[in-house]
Design a protein around this ligand. Structure first.
Ligand SMILES: [Mg+2]
Length: 373
């Protein structure tokens, strides 16, 4: 096939309501309205398949702005280009908007559009995207993610056990950020509880969401080490690589970062400066599939582990494609009628979708039901 011309780009902002389970307090925790956002994009080609791409806006804001950036800035430039050359499309959209592409809204928009182009490439090839990218393994372990700081102890244990029941052998919980209030356990008490409940062989990860200063983080790392916590995620502000390096150099617990890091350059700096042992790109943030696969190559080159941030339904294909791929973050956040083909955890693993493309599709009714109005 010589060329598949992009005929149009369709963009639909979605608002995802949150339910009543404890993990759905996430929307409130993130400081946004109750619910969070998803910008859905379809790239249509002349006489060929359409591709789907998306990015989430945790906290709920900015979805309309991401959609507007796609519609007003990226779509006109992408139209007429060859969807089978995602590197060329990516480069032209980035090059024309380098001032805006500092992260945030513009980068999320580019990420979603890029993901749609890769979906087209794989569909046109008649192959799962996972195989187009190298197809390293088709079953990938997940870790259960949740454990918000305001969970009651009983909720923490209940969530842990719900993951264990799915054969999952690792759990991530939040630390820092909220001072313990009357009647609420401290971080250390929560970790001790989880360790006791899960047993010594179970893997625990702690996520601070950038809550600490470097000095605080070094102290917390020593406590985490005591309980055998296997990674310490975003201990300090993600924008300050100096601070991450400082913590990494003094922490016996490996540092994980990446959900707020943009493009290959952001990850390259983490790698060359020894800031992290685990890289956690988010395909809807980092610059799409084009950049995710470069981060995968960096992880492999620097002998680091590649994990993903949220979006397990597509991340399983990307993490599974790379020899550096370790585990996929799994949080049960979306309504169960959101995707046409929801994935199910079996024996602690997700299976890569075996259909042409990345296999992620919005359920037909979801588009109307969850439209941002
Ligand atoms: Mg995190």
């Amino acid at each position: 096939m010589e060329k598949l011309e992009i005929e149009s780009v369709e963009v639909v902002p979605l608002r995802i309501p949150l339910g009543d389970s404890p993990i759905h307090r996430f929307g409130r925790d993130a400081g946004g309205p109750r619910g969070f956002g998803c910008t859905a994009i379809w790239v249509h080609t002349k006489g060929g398949p359409s591709g789907f791409g998306y990015c989430f806006q945790t906290g709920g804001g900015a979805t309309a702005s991401v959609a507007a950036f796609v519609r007003d800035v990226l779509a006109p430039r992408a139209t007429g280009q060859d969807a089978l050359a995602p590197e060329a499309v990516w480069h032209s959209l980035w090059r024309a908007n380098t001032s805006a592409m500092r992260g945030g809204i513009a980068a999320w928009a580019l990420s979603a559009l890029d993901t749609a182009c890769w979906d087209i490439v794989a569909k046109a090839a008649g192959l799962p995207l996972h195989r187009v990218l190298g197809g390293f393994r088709s079953r990938v372990p997940v870790y259960g993610s949740g454990g918000l700081r305001d969970f009651a102890d009983s909720e923490l244990v209940e969530e842990l056990n719900s993951f264990v029941a799915q054969g999952i052998t690792a759990y991530k919980f939040k630390i820092g950020g909220l001072a313990a209030t009357a009647g609420q356990s401290t971080d250390e008490q929560r970790i001790a509880l989880l360790r006791k409940e899960a047993g010594d062989d179970f893997t625990l990860y702690a996520d601070a969401n950038q809550a600490y200063t470097p000095a605080e983080a070094v102290e917390v790392a020593a406590m985490l080490r005591h309980y055998g916590v296997a990674w310490f995620e975003e201990p300090v502000p993600a924008d300050s690589v100096d601070d991450i390096v400082q913590v990494a150099s003094e922490s016996a617990v490996p540092i994980a970062v990446g959900e707020n890091v943009y493009f290959r350059w952001g990850f390259r700096e983490l790698c060359t400066r020894g800031a992290a042992a685990i890289l956690q790109p988010d395909v809807g943030v980092c610059g799409g599939v084009t950049e995710f696969r470069k981060v995968a190559a960096l992880a492999e080159s620097f002998n680091l582990a590649l994990c993903s941030h949220l979006a397990h339904e597509i991340s399983v294909s990307l993490v599974g494609a790379s020899p550096a791929g370790m585990t996929v973050e799994y949080a049960d956040l979306l309504p169960h009628d959101f995707w046409a083909r929801p994935l199910e955890v079996r024996d602690g693993c997700l299976e890569v979708p075996g259909v042409p493309g990345h296999g992620v599709e919005l359920a037909p009714e979801a588009r109307e039901r969850y439209a941002l109005k």
